[in-house]
Design a protein around this ligand. Sequence first.
Ligand code: ADP
Ligand code: MG
Length: 731
Amino acid sequence: MANPQIRTKALADVLDRTPRFPEVHARKISEFFGENVFTEDAMRMFLTEDAYYAVRQAMHHGARIDRKLADQVSSGMKEWAASKGATHYTHWFQPLTGLSAEKHDAFFEPIGGGRSIERFDGSMLVQQEPDASSFPSGGIRNTFEARGYTAWDPSSPAFIMGRTLCIPTIFISYTGEALDYKMPLLRALHAVDQAATEVARYFDKEVGKVVATLGWEQEYFLIDKALYHARPDIMMTGRALFGHTPAKGQQLEDHYFGSIPDRVHAFMRDFETEALKLGIPVKTRHNEVAPNQFECAPVFEETNLAVDHNVLLMDLMEKVARNHDFRVLLHEKPYAGVNGSGKHNNWSLATDTGVNLLRPAKTPKENLRFLTFFVNTIKAIHSHADILRASIASAGNDHRLGANEAPPAIISVFIGEHLSNLLDELEKSIKAGKMPADLKTELKLNIGRIPPVMLDNTDRNRTSPFAFTGNKFEFRAVGSSANCAAAMTALNTIMAWQLRRFKEAVDARIAKGAKKDEAILQEIRELISSSKPIRFEGNGYGEEWVKEAAKRGLGNIRDTPRALDVWERKETKQVFADMDVLSAVEIEARHEIELHSYVLKVQIESRICGDLAQNHIIPTAIAYQNRLIENVRGLREVLGEAAAKKAGATQLKLIQEISEHLGEVKVQVDAMIEARKQANKLEDSREKAIAYCDEVKPFLDRIRYHSDKLELLVDDGLWPLPKMREVLFTR
Ligand code: ADP
Ligand code: MG
């Protein structure tokens, strides 16, 4: 029988814990910030002047580094790493499986005669061949080349984790196809830089470069390690597949504004210190809505670096949590009945002249620039909402999107009342053809009148997946466990694509004799009109919105396998190919990998669910039922048949109820196994994923329903799995 003592022991362990505050640092944050990063300051100290400038050129302008200089860079990097106590190095990369991957090699190398040296030359820095056969390639390597390699990405600085020098790299096949998250992201950032720079130059010829900025907000749950280990479902899938909703959930909202518990505070301080040493500018921390849910957010950064920092932080959180007897749950929906976790992606574009292109400004000229980028963003989302939807699709996020706590699966844009009115006004007042001078003046005055104070108040609608928040857009539908690179690659690609269209259209108007400002205004008016359906200011959680969105022709794709269909469309492939972000082959491979990963996730959940139902829940319910049967038998012996019937009425009823739920659990588990068998027979990845989604997944809820009923009926002392109230409220 399942062992209920494990649960009792786990609970006792949790109550015994004391917070482990890290030793107080006398040092100010500014003194240790970035100390484990090969920053430009460190480079200046450890590199030759030639090597330093070569790396700088590579970092800021994507210049190549020749072999001789690479040797100098690697030698300096090795000295720096050694001065920090590092003994190993690794190429750190982000394969499509999720977090990060690394393969450690020692600097140390025996040279015969019982002696050794520390070696790390340019070739080891620039390129490495991980044993990559186990990383997903969606068939690319089979078709083209047997192996892939990792290549140094100088735009993200090397850092030290533990005693290992980590070199950020991209992971590509020998034929040049991207096998990771980073390569397409870098290409998308390049595309948006080029397209946005050209448009920004309509307003300021000095602009030479535009970077996309990203500020993510990471939500997560903490669970004590003892409880985690007593819940095989949470341990293996990251979420609870069983457990009756506790009497008290998040209704009181007392957690959100509550003080952070000591143990958690100790953990946060510890991982934040490590994060700061790695140059991750973590700044805010607070409780989230659900019990044991928290959030951490850094100051925004250039997108490539911000993505690396998020991946690093997720890694770091899991490592540091172990020192505090916690486990981190990054899953989008660990517990039914309370809020799930997301990762808001705050995004904007900034020029090398120090301008945030999505910040409304004081003068009409600057505001025309703001409107240009603002309206083009809305149009990009309007034209390519399905691409954005696919970029955030995952088995975990399916539980969260549209669950009345997170943005719906319908992509729309919220911009606030003031800006809505402004766009509507502009749409009406800009006349096609030549505009009279007085109208132009009036327009400019209108545009010049965007009061910044009002903008700070725009964002009161938390139900929108893509909201303008005063000086940036906030993409709120990203999942908590996701690599931001997927969403950022999609967003920056469609933005680049839209800005290109815009530039072409404006230039065409100018060629036909329109003045620049007028051409821009008229093009903006067109975009305002055609992108109107994507703008929505109302309640995104409401049923009316689902109907209204359907009327407007907006997509409402509720599950991952179907959201991924967009990768098969000709237009999608065209956009990514035009922007040089992903080739058709790369898109097909990604599609394949994502479908496969979806199937694996649901398959694992289904297996764990079946196992727990059969090995824990059914035997426990039978044990309790046997007790009741014994009891009724005893009553019969003592009181006689007739009196026992009355005295044992409750027991008999319980026996009956337990039998019914037990029977259902068993029937559903068997049917689920059968559905899995059928799904496994399917060869086509898409068909298989849909079978898992439609035919296998629904059993999880049915099995849970009956198991949770049993949890309520069975004696608490026998129940082997920590209950939801214990998982959520014990600390
Ligand atoms: P919340 O969404 O929890 O209310 P905020 O709106 O204050 O929190 O979120 C601010 C986030 O937006 C921070 O992570 C911040 O770094 C980021 N941010 C601010 N300005 C920009 C920008 N120009 N580009 C990208 N991110 C930004
Ligand atoms: Mg936010």
